[in-house]
Write a protein that binds this ligand. Structure first.
Ligand SMILES: [Zn+2]
Length: 309
């Protein structure tokens, strides 16, 4: 299987159950220091993919990422490529570009699109311009949020403790060191709606993610601005089955996360978020408003909206 070296392999496996434990040592042994794994982020960034002389012939396709980490991504493509082929990828947000190696295919349960894991071949380049921490412990308490420095515009998936999460929640900003500014700076949530910088002539606009889909209607999206926050949450269904995972994003009105449990639209669940394992934690009722098969169909991506009684 061609998943060695896919830097977000660990997280994908956790979410999608794609790799068997037997593959772990190989993966670890071949991971160079520069290629160490980082936490991954579910983020739909508009990209242009170009292939020359590959198995699918020459093509240019505008599409988007589904999941990114520092040096790699899971991307959606209509064209069928092959492992070890090289693709040129342009980030349409900032026009940075780099060569990527196709690592392997990930089934998306989409008629039109295939998912491909890709890793950057140019180790000095960062296409996303987002700083990533090492992987978070899925069961651990640490949280992370995609924040932007208001001083210089730098974006990073910053690791936060629960006090910092609360400060962000109440004030909307947080004081943290910014290495680009060189001093303590004010950070706030980065916009998760990523747009192309400009549309070059003859190129159609990159589509919204074919996999993630829309969270809800436009009006609702304005009311419930999403923030990319990874926070430990407990979800319990009506049968009493529980799962503890990290959220993919949060809003005032709800949260999105990946679960193995099967929930149907309109079903109500109990949610504790943040979940620290204490006895007196605030439990809320939430309704399943969105669901889609996640990567490889091993689990589901859910949008849950808090129920107001
Ligand atoms: Zn800064």
């Amino acid at each position: 299987m061609a998943w060695r070296g896919l830097h977000f392999g660990e997280k994908l496996r956790y979410n999608a159950g794609m790799l068997t434990p037997a593959e772990e040592p190989t993966q670890a042994a071949e991971t160079s220091p520069r290629q160490r794994q980082t936490e991954r982020l579910k983020l739909s960034i508009p990209i242009r993919v170009m292939s020359f002389g590959g198995s699918a012939g020459d093509f240019v396709e505008n599409t988007c990422t589904i999941i990114i980490n520092r040096d790699g991504a899971l991307i959606a493509l209509k064209h069928r490529v092959a492992p070890d082929e090289t693709l040129r990828i342009i980030n349409l947000e900032n026009f940075r570009e780099a060569d990527f190696r196709v690592v392997g295919e990930v089934r998306l349960q989409s008629e039109e699109y295939l998912g491909w894991g890709v890793e950057c071949l140019e180790k000095e380049r960062t296409l996303w311009d987002i700083e990533f921490p090492p992987p978070l412990d899925p069961a651990g308490l640490s949280a992370a949020a995609l924040l932007e420095c208001l001083g210089c515009g730098k974006q990073g998936l910053l690791v936060l403790n629960l006090v910092e999460v609360e400060l962000l929640e109440s004030a909307g900003t947080l004081q943290k060191l910014c290495d680009r500014c060189g001093h303590l700076a004010t950070w706030s949530y980065a916009d998760v709606t990523r747009r192309p910088k400009e549309i070059p002539p003859a190129a159609p606009q990159a589509p919204v993610s074919p996999v993630v889909g829309k969270w809800d209607g436009k009006v609702e999206r304005r009311l419930y601005k999403r923030m990319a926050v990874k926070l430990r949450a407990l979800v319990r269904n009506s049968k009493g089955d529980e799962e503890i995972v990290k959220t993919e994003n949060l809003s005032k009105g709800g949260l999105a996360l990946c679960l193995k449990m099967q929930l149907s639209l309109g079903e109500f669940v109990s949610v504790i978020c943040p979940y620290s394992g204490g006895v007196q934690e605030f439990e809320r009722k939430a309704e399943v408003r969105y669901r889609a098969p996640h990567v490889a169909g091993q689990n589901w991506f859910y949008g849950l909206r808090y129920f107001r009684e």
